[in-house]
Design a binder for this molecule. Structure first.
Ligand code: AMP
Ligand code: GLY
Length: 356
């Protein structure tokens, strides 16, 4: 297969490497690959969210499978455009990607499917939202409805802080993403991520993982996209994994299917393990970054074939296999991250690190 990877972060490097190692891959391409990806892909100079240009390149290069990494091209409808001309695309449609692109939509799907999640309300005026918080009488979590690059969620410590968060997000702190908000009950417990392959109806889950959001050692400092990840969660138990599959992933996928919005691609459930069992904090319509790096280290088999089967609705023919040994991914960043930092610095020592 000739495979094209869209995106150029650490996640896409891990995907490209595993796809390149797949027996069914003959040729690998990527949009504006990072330096690490250059060793296993050929570069195409196209912006991932310029859907028309990506489609044209895929056509010109006779691509058999397009694998979309980040959320922006998914929400822009790249997979719909590829499928419309018969190119198998791994990733959800624009409408299904709204599971990540709109928190209000995700909550509505969960409510209809009976998926355990925090109690919530959806608002577009501060007055109504503040009234809801006052009735609840405790600090709540305020979330911008749309994509806000990780800045759209405010976890408050008091009712008055929750009021301020409502004004902040509805007042334009994250732009248009915050025109509508979800205000939800604050949950307590350790967090886990479960990511699954989904082809509309069939669900095949990867092992559990957890990312570390704070920038500093010992869980200190501001939140980031993730400073590292590991898999699996120790002592989670197959019972809980089965519970997450049966009470979260499958009902969500069936609910979307029954609405005529089948979900295809990676479905990422961010969960909190509360005293009442696992509850969903968020869905993403893609692999996690850096969870992907940790999970693919454990993946055994032909990833290109698994993603192709997913893209062509044959996931029921696929069984996933994983190395039982745990994996850890550490993120090294430029100084100053996540605030102000220099990009484009060379990274030395990669060859030596790969040898050890
Ligand atoms: P989200 O983007 O919705 O996953 O939110 C980002 C982070 O905010 C999560 O990883 C949690 O640490 C925290 N968070 C989100 N929702 C809640 C909630 N209902 N209760 C407590 N913490 C939350
Ligand atoms: N690591 C969190 C995410 O990819 O959303």
């Amino acid at each position: 297969m000739r495979v094209l990877v869209i995106g150029n972060g650490g996640r896409e490097h891990a995907l490209a490497k595993a796809l390149n190692d797949s027996p069914s891959t003959t040729e690998m391409y990527a949009t504006r690959p990072n330096a690490g990806m250059m060793s296993c892909t050929k570069a195409i100079d196209v912006d991932p969210i310029d859907c028309q240009s990506v489609v044209k390149s895929a056509q010109d290069l006779n691509i058999d499978l397009v694998v979309v990494g980040p959320e922006a091209p998914l929400v822009a409808g790249l997979c719909d455009q590829l499928r419309a001309i018969g190119i198998p695309a791994f990733g959800p449609s624009q409408r299904a990607a709204a599971l990540e692109g709109s928190k209000a939509f995700a909550k509505d799907v969960m409510a209809a499917a009976g998926v355990p999640t925090a109690a919530y309300g959806t608002f577009s005026t501060a007055e109504d939202a503040c009234h809801f918080v006052d009735q609840h009488g405790k600090a709540m979590v305020v979330k911008a409805d749309g994509l806000a690059a990780g800045k759209g969620v405010i976890v408050s410590e008091s009712v008055s802080d929750t009021h301020s968060a409502i004004h902040e997000i509805l007042g334009g702190f994250v732009g248009d993403a915050g025109q509508q908000i979800v205000v939800e009950e604050k949950l307590v417990g350790p967090e886990i991520s479960v990511i699954a392959l989904v082809d509309g109806t069939t669900v095949r889950a990867f092992p559990s993982a957890r990312d570390h959001k704070r920038v500093g050692d010992g869980d200190t400092g501001p939140n980031t996209g993730g400073m590292g990840a590991f898999s699996p969660i120790p002592h989670l138990g197959t019972e809980v994994e089965t519970q997450i599959l049966e009470s979260v992933l499958q009902p969500t996928v069936l609910e979307l299917h029954s609405r005529g919005i089948p979900f295809s691609g990676f479905l990422y459930a961010g969960l909190m393990m509360t005293s009442d069992g696992p509850k969903v904090l968020e869905f993403n319509a893609r692999m996690g970054d850096p969870e992907c790096q940790a999970l693919l280290m454990r993946f055994r088999g032909d990833l290109a074939e698994a993603l192709y089967a997913t893209a062509t609705n044959r996931l029921d023919e696929v069984q996933l296999d994983f190395d039982p040994r745990p994996s850890v991914c550490l993120v090294l960043t430029s100084g100053g991250y996540p605030a102000r930092y220099t990009k484009g610095l060379p990274i030395y020592g990669v060859t030596k690190a790969n040898e050890s």
